[in-house]
Design a protein around this ligand. Structure first.
Ligand code: GLA
Length: 720
């Protein structure tokens, strides 16, 4: 997987169909030579090739770092582009990195305290460690590159060690890739807002810096920690695509800076905007991991690599590979207006149609009668739950169902016993307003005592009753960021320390309760990121559960994340977020490929709807393995057409499922076909008993009937 050509000083990192090549100059600069389709060799670093002119400063021997494509550029030399690392100390703020040594190890080292992809056996991957240092600034930088044997993916992160006196780290990217002579290209990002997450944004890369970032303390709904650089004409099925995904749940930046030589510096990492980290002598800072995926065959292949890697080598635990739950959640059925009797009635009805898990959402604890009070007091409300969680869980279990519970452990309402006892346990800055968002403050998870409290509080509830599923919510961004335990000059550490605290909490709780299925949520999908997926294999995709809107949200999400990670429920009707009426069948069909569930009180649904629901649960059980571990092909985009057509093919190609949805009604519309993908060549597939040639299906395709509103169907193909 990794070879070093010592004569030409080139490291070759060969993933499945990909080569990534790194060159060393005689002057100790680590140059980026190539990333793309697998090749046998590439030209070595050469001053003639990497330009410079009479006005250049040749800061690395024959090379001017301003024109050399690099692996980890630093600031303070001749390179005026956005740097990967910045520090400040008594010695100034310049860094000049020199290559020192390398090491190639089997497998993949862990990143202490941070989520990351992993291997189960060391033969699955190799890791290159490049040692760089600056003897003046007295730092050592180690660049890690893990190459996976079976994926076109390279995982990178960086460690920075302070060998001198105390200093401050002002920014450290997880990965930086300099594209040299970038052809006309586009930048794809996933952007949005609450209830409108991961809209695909597609823009031309132009001169200057273009980036997306989060400054609100969590990865956020505004931008996802992902970007792809792609050919001008790249499509779902063709063209070079270079994906960058950050395994982190806090502030991030991801962008591309294009200069006049058409060198494009792509970078991803913790957002340096409100970040500093003081490093004492000997301290090491580890960046989060960036996962770089190359596809020579457009966006679809990039997504499938992310899907496979993330569902098998990022997600963990008992539920990684097993069938998950078909649940009902009471939030939209009752909001805060419930008691034990109502919940049991919902469970009893749901059990009759095959739902297997009853999830009790917000409002079961403290004085939580509305979103004004109670967060932080994780003790049952005896008026609502006279028999406690234990009694309720027993009743739900008696219906033959599992019992699940909602928490929002990172938050506190000012009107709560927890806040009254510990007003300083929240993120705040002395002498500043403590702005509330949804009437709540963020607990300061940069503090060990607060994290320990959360671990205790959640664990003791989970021990109290037979709770087999947890929805872990988080419903606000961070403002006036500071911590009572950190001096003002360390305020720039709070957000990252928060993430380290959160990850420790999640690691501890999920390890203590391996049989519980955890789903993360943040006002819907405001923290749908690879960091959270490492601890919880699924995320509530969006608070917008309108079927038509979900088609877009799920489509955008699938650019990086597998359908197995998307919580998707049949919504109430008219939909609570936008008031639209959609057929029950379409609502089911849209949710089916995700982690399926129901929001409406089924006691209020018609018999016809219940019949459909029962059928759909059966279909979900039958097709779940294809949706959740097969290959996903996006055939028609709801961003570009009136359709959303997504196809799933089992890894053995024996079963394929096509999910067709359109909410557009056109009378007497023209005929339309959609060609399928990923079927076995030269084979026959049966659709409803009728045989079809696979080549016909992949050329002409299937007929999209049109002309009716809420056009929605699921087509199953079986290999004959
Ligand atoms: C957030 C979640 C919802 C629901 C409410 C409860 O908005 O995204 O699904 O759990 O909180 O307050």
């Amino acid at each position: 997987m990794i070879n070093y050509d010592s004569q030409n000083k080139i490291f070759y990192l060969n993933a499945k169909n990909t080569t990534y090549a790194i060159g060393l100059t005689d002057s100790g600069l680590v140059a980026h030579l190539y990333w793309g389709k697998r090749v046998n060799f590439v030209p070595k670093a050469d001053p003639n090739r990497f330009g410079g002119h009479s006005y250049s400063a040749f800061d690395y021997g024959d090379y001017c770092s301003n024109t050399v494509p690099q692996e980890y550029p630093a600031f303070g030399n001749a390179d005026f582009r956005i740097p990967a690392v910045r520090v400040s100390s008594k010695l100034g703020h310049h860094v000049k990195l020199q290559y020192k040594d390398y090491e190639i190890v089997d497998g993949k080292p862990k990143i202490p305290g941070l989520p990351a992809t992993y291997v189960e056996e060391s033969a699955e991957a190799q890791t290159l460690k490049l040692y760089l240092s600056d003897d003046v600034q007295q730092i050592e930088v180690v660049l890690y590159y893990t190459v996976f044997e079976n994926f076109d993916a390279i995982a990178r992160h960086t460690e920075i060690k302070n060998l001198g006196e105390a200093m401050e780290l002002n920014g450290a990217m997880s990965a930086c890739v300099d594209f040299y002579g970038l052809p006309e290209s586009r930048l794809i990002t996933l952007d949005g807002n609450w209830a409108n997450e991961r809209v695909v944004t597609d823009r031309k890369i132009v001169s200057g810096n273009q980036n997306v970032e989060s400054r609100c303390g969590v990865s956020s709904a505004y931008h996802n920690p992902f970007m792809a650089v792609c050919d001008e004409k790249a499509t779902e099925t063709a063209g070079n695509v270079y994906g960058f995904s950050l395994v982190y749940s806090g502030d991030f930046t991801a962008g591309v800076e294009l200069d006049s030589y058409r060198s494009a510096r792509a970078y991803i990492g913790i957002n340096p905007f409100e970040f500093t980290c003081r490093l004492e002598t000997g301290d090491v800072f580890a960046t989060p991991e960036a996962v770089l995926v190359y596809s020579a065959e457009g966006f679809g292949a990039m997504s499938r690599t992310y899907h496979d890697l993330y569902r098998t080598r990022l997600c963990r635990g008992k539920y990684r590979d097993t069938e998950r739950f078909a649940l009902i959640n009471n939030w939209e059925a009752t909001y805060f207006d419930f008691n034990e009797e109502k919940i049991v009635a919902i469970a009893e009805k749901a059990a009759t149609i095959g739902v297997d898990t009853m999830v009790l959402d917000d409002g079961w604890f403290g004085k939580r009668l509305s979103d004004n009070a109670g967060l932080g007091d994780w003790v049952e409300n005896p008026d609502r739950l006279p028999n406690g969680l234990k009694g309720l869980a027993e009743k739900v279990n008696a219906c033959g169902m599992r019992f699940g519970l909602w928490f929002e452990p990172e938050m506190v309402n000012p009107d709560s016993d927890l806040h009254r006892a510990h007003p300083d346990w929240i993120i705040h800055t002395e002498n500043r307003n403590r702005s509330l968002m949804r009437n709540q403050s963020t607990l300061d998870l940069s503090r060990k005592d607060v994290c320990d409290y959360i671990i205790d509080a959640v664990s003791s509830v989970l021990r109290k009753a037979n709770i087999q599923y947890v929805k872990w919510d988080m419903n606000r961004y961070m403002t006036e960021v500071g911590s009572a335990l950190l001096p003002a000059e360390r305020a720039g550490e709070v957000k990252h320390r928060y993430m380290l605290g959160l990850y420790r909490v999640l690691e501890t709780i999920t390890t203590q309760f391996p049989d519980v299925l955890f789903e993360s949520c943040a006002s819907g999908g405001s923290r749908f990121d690879p960091g959270m997926l490492h601890y919880m294999p699924q995320t509530w995709t969006s608070d917008d559960s309108d079927a038509e809107e979900r088609l877009k949200i799920q489509y955008g999400t699938s650019m990086v994340y597998p359908y197995s990670s998307m919580g998707a429920h049949v919504s109430a009707c008219p939909n609570h977020q936008i008031g639209r009426t959609t057929s029950f069948e379409m609502r089911c069909n849209v949710a089916l490929p995700g982690q399926f569930g129901f929001a409406p009180d089924l006691n209020r649904c018609t018999e016809k709807a219940l019949e459909i629901a029962q059928e759909k649960i059966k279909q979900y059980r039958a097709l779940g393995p294809v949706f959740h571990s097969g290959d996903c092909y996006r055939l028609k985009s709801p961003f570009e057409t009136d359709w959303s057509v997504v196809q799933f093919v089992s890894k053995d190609q024996k079963t394929a499922v096509v999910c067709v949805n359109s909410a557009k009604a056109t009378c007497n519309a023209p005929d339309e076909f959609v060609a399928l993908r990923g079927l076995k060549h030269d084979a026959t597939y049966c659709i409803d008993g009728t045989p079809f040639d696979s080549e016909y299906l992949m050329n002409t395709g299937i007929h999209l009937r049109n002309g009716r509103e809420n056009q929605s169907f699921i087509m199953v193909l079986e290999l004959v």
